[in-house]
Design a protein around this ligand. Sequence first.
Ligand SMILES: Cc1cc2nc3c(=O)[nH]c(=O)nc-3n(C[C@H](O)[C@H](O)[C@H](O)COP(=O)(O)OP(=O)(O)OC[C@H]3O[C@@H](n4cnc5c(N)ncnc54)[C@H](O)[C@@H]3O)c2cc1C
Ligand SMILES: *[C@@H]1O[C@H](CO)[C@@H](O)[C@H](O)[C@H]1NC(C)=O
Ligand SMILES: *[C@@H]1O[C@H](CO)[C@@H](O)[C@H](O)[C@H]1NC(C)=O
Length: 495
Amino acid sequence: MLFRLVTGLCLLCASLNAQTSDNSVIIVGAGLSGYSAARRLLENGFNEITILESSGRIGGRIYSVPLSNGMVDSGAQWVHGQVGNSIYQLVSPHFSFGSTPVDLHYPIFVISNGTTPQQRNFQSLYSLGYTVLANISTIRLPRGSLGDLFVTNFDEAIAGPLYRHIDVATQDFIREEIHKETNGYYGTSSWFDISARLNFLSEFADGDQYLTWKRQGFITVFDYITRRAPNPSENLNIDSRVIFNKKVTNIRYNTNDPASRSTVTCSDGSTYTARHVIFTGSLGVLKKYHETMFTPALPTRKVSSIRNIAFGNVAKFFMEFDNNFWQTPGTTFLKYLFMWTDFHKNQAIATNREWMTDIAGIYAVDQYPNLLQIFFGGGNTQMFELASDETVINDVLWMLDMFLPHLRPIPRPRAVHKTKWLTNDNFLGSYSYPSMDQERSLSTIAELASSIRATNNMPMVLFAGEATSSEFPSMAHGALDSGYRAADEIVSFYG
Ligand SMILES: Cc1cc2nc3c(=O)[nH]c(=O)nc-3n(C[C@H](O)[C@H](O)[C@H](O)COP(=O)(O)OP(=O)(O)OC[C@H]3O[C@@H](n4cnc5c(N)ncnc54)[C@H](O)[C@@H]3O)c2cc1C
Ligand SMILES: *[C@@H]1O[C@H](CO)[C@@H](O)[C@H](O)[C@H]1NC(C)=O
Ligand SMILES: *[C@@H]1O[C@H](CO)[C@@H](O)[C@H](O)[C@H]1NC(C)=O
């Protein structure tokens, strides 16, 4: 009886398949999530896959560029965590990661008037600040923004007997410093825009938060996603599926006709059709283009999630020097943190260098003795992106000369790399963050991630990418997981 039922069902499958054996997929975007979706589909026998990529390279927000005889990362740089981190799990059996514990080690605090203050008070308030931040992240249903909660809890903590002797100027510096570092981490303009509650809802992969790819760059992860490593004979050849310089401008779909193919149109007028389309462009791209990108328009709930989930920007500047002139014997330098006096801050603003006041400090780069890097968020990253390399070099030299007079003369870097994410039309920012608008509007990541389904429940237009990961939004491993999730939706429809 069971046997007959099964054969009966399979006959039904066969007839359905005869009608709809088309299981073609177009993936928009050759970043992490596009590649992980392609991998999962190919592993499940879906061979009619095309990846349309707007730029001339794979990787998207993974972008390793040559510098100092190695590769440095313009986009994702660190593997954040180990437990439950799909990138760590995929790669760590075959590759030994490096580490930069940038948040743990004591930095050196310097002031823009060229003085190096007594470090003890700065360091103790700084580490207290990070304890407060960590404590906030364990509150189950916090109210308000991360910034509000920080200020309240920090001010309460520094009133205690261990700290109350520390002067107000030092307290102000540290509050501002941790605010800047937080903006650099989330890509925000202000921590008063980060929802503490939504931040609590996303997961945190335990373990080392600053694993590095040593001198190889994050692009190495694609060797493992495509399976050309560790065993080249298992290569899925995903690269051969990518068509470059195809900027998708419209996706036309008809949910009333499940057998129909969707039509994907590119800016050069070319069109491609497939039964399923997985869109992986960034949330920044969706915010700017969703109205013209999808025909018919996306459902209202999804549009509201596109509007209310926020997309920030971070900027980086790598500098290669002839030698590590900043290294003093006997110490392992990790970072200098910069405290601006009002006088110098105003001077920076008056001379078109406002973005510099968002810089928390300058950092060493794991495995690169002659590199320094700046990493910052804040509201002025566009100004930085639009400035020329030459202008930025001169500005940074001005800043280093001011903060680090003991290292004068500051040499010119021999080579630099400057990021450009906000003003690149393929990204329009760096990554998503949990905003107060999202909290107030009750918009969810699940709505952003949800597929548009045909009347027979077939997923027709699917969404993947960092911002669609409820567990690890913003993170590279969240992007990887999201591509698998979208592919699994398609696979299970046929399953
Ligand atoms: C500066 C920076 C630092 C970061 N640091 C870290 C870090 O240290 N650790 C970490 O885990 N994560 C980090 N991230 C986040 C991580 O890089 C991303 O989460 C991840 O790479 C996103 O992958 P994705 O597939 O979602 O999107 P993307 O990588 O953006 O892929 C989407 C692709 O779609 C293409 N595309 C866009 N529009 C179109 C169109 N209309 N038609 C065709 N193609 C299109 C784009 O060119 C891109 O290749 C960082 C990101 C940035 C920008
Ligand atoms: C530099 O600034 C700090 C903090 O405002 C101040 O305490 C110190 O006296 C200043 N030093 C000089 C030399 O101006
Ligand atoms: C952080 O939380 C721990 C454990 O709950 C507590 O003992 C400590 O006092 C808190 N510290 C601060 C600065 O809030």
